[in-house]
Ligand binder design. Structure first.
Ligand code: PLP
Length: 286
Protein backbone atom coordinates (compact mmCIF):
# COMPACT_ATOMS: atom_id res chain seq x y z
CA UNK A 1 0.00 0.00 0.00
CA UNK A 2 1.36 3.46 -0.82
CA UNK A 3 2.06 5.77 2.07
CA UNK A 4 2.10 9.56 2.00
CA UNK A 5 3.64 12.23 4.16
CA UNK A 6 2.70 15.88 4.42
CA UNK A 7 5.88 17.93 4.00
CA UNK A 8 5.80 21.72 3.95
CA UNK A 9 2.51 22.17 2.16
CA UNK A 10 2.38 19.04 0.00
CA UNK A 11 1.34 15.41 0.31
CA UNK A 12 4.25 13.44 -1.13
CA UNK A 13 4.95 9.71 -1.50
CA UNK A 14 6.54 8.53 1.73
CA UNK A 15 9.70 7.25 -0.02
CA UNK A 16 10.35 10.66 -1.53
CA UNK A 17 9.52 12.68 1.57
CA UNK A 18 12.54 14.77 2.59
CA UNK A 19 13.54 17.98 4.33
CA UNK A 20 16.50 20.25 3.60
CA UNK A 21 19.88 19.58 5.24
CA UNK A 22 19.80 23.09 6.72
CA UNK A 23 16.51 22.46 8.49
CA UNK A 24 16.99 23.57 12.09
CA UNK A 25 15.34 20.38 13.28
CA UNK A 26 18.14 18.41 11.66
CA UNK A 27 20.88 20.84 12.70
CA UNK A 28 19.87 21.78 16.24
CA UNK A 29 16.81 19.68 17.21
CA UNK A 30 15.14 23.11 17.12
CA UNK A 31 11.57 21.92 16.92
CA UNK A 32 8.61 20.30 18.63
CA UNK A 33 6.33 17.38 17.96
CA UNK A 34 3.12 15.59 18.87
CA UNK A 35 2.01 11.96 18.64
CA UNK A 36 -1.71 11.13 18.60
CA UNK A 37 -3.38 7.77 18.68
CA UNK A 38 -5.59 6.92 15.69
CA UNK A 39 -8.45 4.59 16.50
CA UNK A 40 -11.05 3.42 14.02
CA UNK A 41 -9.69 6.02 11.58
CA UNK A 42 -10.29 8.84 14.09
CA UNK A 43 -7.78 11.02 15.89
CA UNK A 44 -7.86 10.71 19.67
CA UNK A 45 -7.66 13.93 21.73
CA UNK A 46 -6.71 16.14 18.78
CA UNK A 47 -7.86 19.30 20.56
CA UNK A 48 -5.62 18.68 23.56
CA UNK A 49 -2.63 17.69 21.42
CA UNK A 50 -2.97 20.85 19.32
CA UNK A 51 -3.27 22.96 22.46
CA UNK A 52 -0.05 21.44 23.82
CA UNK A 53 1.63 21.96 20.43
CA UNK A 54 0.66 25.64 20.55
CA UNK A 55 2.16 25.90 24.04
CA UNK A 56 5.42 24.16 23.01
CA UNK A 57 5.74 26.45 19.98
CA UNK A 58 5.06 29.51 22.12
CA UNK A 59 7.71 28.53 24.69
CA UNK A 60 10.30 28.27 21.90
CA UNK A 61 9.00 31.31 20.00
CA UNK A 62 8.40 29.31 16.82
CA UNK A 63 5.43 30.74 14.87
CA UNK A 64 2.53 28.32 14.19
CA UNK A 65 3.07 26.68 10.77
CA UNK A 66 -0.61 27.19 9.86
CA UNK A 67 -3.98 28.07 11.38
CA UNK A 68 -5.35 25.42 13.80
CA UNK A 69 -8.32 24.52 11.55
CA UNK A 70 -6.08 24.04 8.52
CA UNK A 71 -3.70 21.94 10.59
CA UNK A 72 -6.60 19.81 11.78
CA UNK A 73 -7.57 19.25 8.16
CA UNK A 74 -4.00 18.20 7.24
CA UNK A 75 -3.94 15.73 10.15
CA UNK A 76 -7.21 14.09 9.10
CA UNK A 77 -6.18 14.05 5.45
CA UNK A 78 -2.88 12.36 6.30
CA UNK A 79 -4.75 9.66 8.25
CA UNK A 80 -7.20 9.22 5.35
CA UNK A 81 -4.57 9.11 2.58
CA UNK A 82 -2.65 6.45 4.49
CA UNK A 83 -5.85 4.49 5.21
CA UNK A 84 -4.93 4.20 8.89
CA UNK A 85 -7.63 2.58 11.02
CA UNK A 86 -5.59 1.93 14.15
CA UNK A 87 -2.19 3.51 14.48
CA UNK A 88 -0.28 6.68 15.22
CA UNK A 89 -0.19 10.18 13.82
CA UNK A 90 3.08 12.10 14.07
CA UNK A 91 3.55 15.80 13.52
CA UNK A 92 6.69 17.86 13.78
CA UNK A 93 7.28 21.58 13.50
CA UNK A 94 10.78 23.06 13.34
CA UNK A 95 12.03 26.63 13.16
CA UNK A 96 12.59 26.11 9.44
CA UNK A 97 15.47 26.16 6.98
CA UNK A 98 18.23 28.74 7.36
CA UNK A 99 22.01 29.01 7.11
CA UNK A 100 23.49 27.33 10.17
CA UNK A 101 23.84 29.79 13.01
CA UNK A 102 22.73 29.15 16.58
CA UNK A 103 20.67 32.32 17.09
CA UNK A 104 17.20 32.47 15.51
CA UNK A 105 17.04 33.05 11.74
CA UNK A 106 15.30 36.13 10.31
CA UNK A 107 11.68 36.65 11.32
CA UNK A 108 10.38 35.70 7.88
CA UNK A 109 11.76 32.13 8.07
CA UNK A 110 8.88 29.71 7.56
CA UNK A 111 8.57 26.90 10.12
CA UNK A 112 8.77 23.41 8.62
CA UNK A 113 5.83 21.07 9.10
CA UNK A 114 5.91 17.32 8.60
CA UNK A 115 2.98 14.97 9.25
CA UNK A 116 3.03 11.18 8.95
CA UNK A 117 0.60 8.42 9.91
CA UNK A 118 1.14 4.71 10.23
CA UNK A 119 -0.94 1.70 11.09
CA UNK A 120 -0.27 -0.45 14.14
CA UNK A 121 -1.57 -3.87 15.04
CA UNK A 122 -3.97 -3.20 17.90
CA UNK A 123 -4.15 -6.87 18.89
CA UNK A 124 -0.38 -6.90 19.40
CA UNK A 125 -0.48 -3.88 21.75
CA UNK A 126 -3.35 -5.50 23.64
CA UNK A 127 -1.29 -8.66 24.09
CA UNK A 128 1.57 -6.61 25.58
CA UNK A 129 -0.91 -4.95 27.96
CA UNK A 130 -2.21 -8.37 29.02
CA UNK A 131 1.21 -9.30 30.39
CA UNK A 132 2.47 -5.79 31.25
CA UNK A 133 5.99 -4.43 30.87
CA UNK A 134 9.14 -4.21 32.97
CA UNK A 135 10.85 -0.91 33.64
CA UNK A 136 14.36 0.00 34.70
CA UNK A 137 15.37 3.19 36.51
CA UNK A 138 18.06 5.61 35.35
CA UNK A 139 19.36 9.00 36.46
CA UNK A 140 17.42 11.80 34.81
CA UNK A 141 20.09 13.55 32.75
CA UNK A 142 17.78 15.73 30.68
CA UNK A 143 17.56 19.53 30.49
CA UNK A 144 15.14 21.38 32.74
CA UNK A 145 12.51 22.25 30.14
CA UNK A 146 11.11 18.76 29.66
CA UNK A 147 7.65 20.36 29.89
CA UNK A 148 8.18 21.40 26.25
CA UNK A 149 7.66 18.52 23.83
CA UNK A 150 10.83 19.10 21.82
CA UNK A 151 12.43 16.79 19.30
CA UNK A 152 15.69 16.96 21.32
CA UNK A 153 15.28 13.42 22.62
CA UNK A 154 18.80 12.04 22.87
CA UNK A 155 18.66 11.20 26.62
CA UNK A 156 15.26 9.56 26.00
CA UNK A 157 16.66 7.59 23.06
CA UNK A 158 19.61 6.34 25.11
CA UNK A 159 17.34 5.48 28.05
CA UNK A 160 14.97 3.45 25.86
CA UNK A 161 17.90 1.61 24.32
CA UNK A 162 19.30 0.81 27.77
CA UNK A 163 15.85 -0.50 28.73
CA UNK A 164 15.67 -2.62 25.62
CA UNK A 165 19.12 -4.09 26.25
CA UNK A 166 17.98 -4.93 29.79
CA UNK A 167 14.88 -6.69 28.41
CA UNK A 168 12.57 -3.92 29.70
CA UNK A 169 9.85 -1.98 27.92
CA UNK A 170 10.49 1.43 29.46
CA UNK A 171 13.04 3.39 31.50
CA UNK A 172 11.94 5.59 34.40
CA UNK A 173 14.06 8.67 34.98
CA UNK A 174 14.92 9.44 38.62
CA UNK A 175 15.79 12.97 39.80
CA UNK A 176 18.66 13.96 42.12
CA UNK A 177 16.48 13.48 45.20
CA UNK A 178 15.54 9.94 44.24
CA UNK A 179 12.04 10.71 42.96
CA UNK A 180 10.77 9.20 39.74
CA UNK A 181 10.18 11.90 37.15
CA UNK A 182 8.68 10.06 34.16
CA UNK A 183 9.40 7.43 31.52
CA UNK A 184 11.57 7.93 28.45
CA UNK A 185 8.33 8.37 26.49
CA UNK A 186 5.55 8.06 29.08
CA UNK A 187 4.30 9.31 32.44
CA UNK A 188 4.75 7.15 35.53
CA UNK A 189 2.06 6.15 38.05
CA UNK A 190 1.77 3.88 41.08
CA UNK A 191 -1.13 2.69 43.24
CA UNK A 192 -0.54 2.73 47.01
CA UNK A 193 -1.51 0.00 49.46
CA UNK A 194 -4.58 2.13 50.30
CA UNK A 195 -5.59 2.18 46.64
CA UNK A 196 -4.66 5.81 45.87
CA UNK A 197 -3.27 6.70 42.45
CA UNK A 198 0.00 8.60 42.68
CA UNK A 199 1.59 10.58 39.88
CA UNK A 200 4.09 13.43 39.86
CA UNK A 201 2.76 16.98 39.49
CA UNK A 202 3.19 18.23 35.93
CA UNK A 203 4.54 21.60 37.03
CA UNK A 204 8.19 20.52 37.16
CA UNK A 205 10.34 17.74 35.77
CA UNK A 206 7.89 16.07 33.42
CA UNK A 207 5.89 16.52 30.25
CA UNK A 208 2.20 17.09 30.91
CA UNK A 209 1.02 13.99 29.05
CA UNK A 210 -2.34 14.18 27.34
CA UNK A 211 -3.04 10.58 28.36
CA UNK A 212 -2.07 11.50 31.93
CA UNK A 213 -4.60 14.36 31.90
CA UNK A 214 -7.40 12.16 30.54
CA UNK A 215 -6.65 9.33 33.00
CA UNK A 216 -6.48 11.86 35.84
CA UNK A 217 -9.89 13.30 34.97
CA UNK A 218 -11.40 9.87 34.47
CA UNK A 219 -10.04 8.60 37.80
CA UNK A 220 -11.32 11.70 39.60
CA UNK A 221 -14.77 11.33 38.01
CA UNK A 222 -14.86 7.67 39.11
CA UNK A 223 -14.27 8.72 42.71
CA UNK A 224 -10.75 7.28 42.94
CA UNK A 225 -8.28 8.96 45.25
CA UNK A 226 -5.46 10.71 43.39
CA UNK A 227 -2.34 12.00 45.09
CA UNK A 228 -0.48 14.32 42.75
CA UNK A 229 2.96 14.14 44.37
CA UNK A 230 6.42 12.80 43.59
CA UNK A 231 7.20 9.20 44.62
CA UNK A 232 10.50 7.44 45.15
CA UNK A 233 11.67 4.20 43.56
CA UNK A 234 11.42 2.33 46.89
CA UNK A 235 7.80 3.43 47.29
CA UNK A 236 7.13 2.17 43.75
CA UNK A 237 8.72 -1.19 44.63
CA UNK A 238 6.22 -1.54 47.52
CA UNK A 239 3.25 -0.37 45.45
CA UNK A 240 0.12 -2.36 44.84
CA UNK A 241 0.31 -1.52 41.13
CA UNK A 242 2.38 0.53 38.71
CA UNK A 243 1.69 1.69 35.18
CA UNK A 244 2.66 4.20 32.52
CA UNK A 245 0.53 6.41 30.30
CA UNK A 246 1.23 7.72 26.79
CA UNK A 247 -0.71 8.17 23.56
CA UNK A 248 1.33 5.28 22.14
CA UNK A 249 0.55 2.94 25.05
CA UNK A 250 -2.68 4.27 26.60
CA UNK A 251 -2.42 2.75 30.10
CA UNK A 252 0.32 0.13 30.20
CA UNK A 253 0.70 -1.99 33.36
CA UNK A 254 4.21 -2.21 34.82
CA UNK A 255 4.90 -5.58 36.44
CA UNK A 256 8.57 -5.24 37.39
CA UNK A 257 10.89 -2.40 38.36
CA UNK A 258 14.63 -3.03 38.18
CA UNK A 259 13.91 -6.76 38.19
CA UNK A 260 11.65 -6.71 41.28
CA UNK A 261 8.04 -7.82 40.72
CA UNK A 262 5.37 -5.29 41.71
CA UNK A 263 2.81 -6.97 44.02
CA UNK A 264 2.08 -10.38 42.46
CA UNK A 265 3.93 -9.46 39.24
CA UNK A 266 0.73 -9.25 37.19
CA UNK A 267 -1.11 -6.25 35.71
CA UNK A 268 -3.20 -4.67 38.45
CA UNK A 269 -6.99 -4.18 38.40
CA UNK A 270 -6.91 -0.37 38.41
CA UNK A 271 -4.50 -0.19 35.48
CA UNK A 272 -6.63 -2.69 33.59
CA UNK A 273 -9.83 -0.78 34.34
CA UNK A 274 -8.33 2.59 33.33
CA UNK A 275 -7.03 1.06 30.10
CA UNK A 276 -10.37 -0.55 29.28
CA UNK A 277 -12.27 2.68 29.89
CA UNK A 278 -9.80 5.18 28.46
CA UNK A 279 -11.59 5.77 25.17
CA UNK A 280 -14.86 6.55 26.92
CA UNK A 281 -13.13 9.53 28.51
CA UNK A 282 -10.94 10.61 25.57
CA UNK A 283 -12.18 12.95 22.84
CA UNK A 284 -12.48 11.00 19.59
CA UNK A 285 -12.64 13.06 16.39
CA UNK A 286 -14.97 12.78 13.40
N1 PLP B 1 6.59 11.96 28.86
C1 PLP B 1 7.41 11.90 27.80
C2 PLP B 1 8.86 12.22 27.99
C3 PLP B 1 6.91 11.55 26.53
O1 PLP B 1 7.74 11.50 25.47
C4 PLP B 1 5.54 11.24 26.40
C5 PLP B 1 4.97 10.86 25.12
O2 PLP B 1 5.65 10.68 24.15
C6 PLP B 1 4.72 11.30 27.54
C7 PLP B 1 5.27 11.68 28.74
C8 PLP B 1 3.25 10.99 27.45
O3 PLP B 1 2.56 12.01 26.79
P1 PLP B 1 1.22 11.73 26.00
O4 PLP B 1 0.28 11.08 26.97
O5 PLP B 1 0.74 13.08 25.60
O6 PLP B 1 1.54 10.85 24.85
Amino acid sequence: MSRFAFVNGRYVPYRQAAVHIEDRGYQFADGVYEVCEVRGGRIVDERRHLARLARSLGELRIPPPMAPRALGFVLRETVRLNRVRDGLLYLQVTRGVARREHAFPSAGTRPSLVVTARARDRAKTERVAETGISVITLDDNRWQRVDIKTIALLPNVLARQTAREAGAGEAWFVDEEGFVTEGAASNAWIVTGEGALVTRPAERGILRGITRTVVFEMAAASGLTIEERPFRVDEALQAREAFVTAATQIVMPVIKIDGTPIADGKPGPLARMLRARFHEAAEIGE
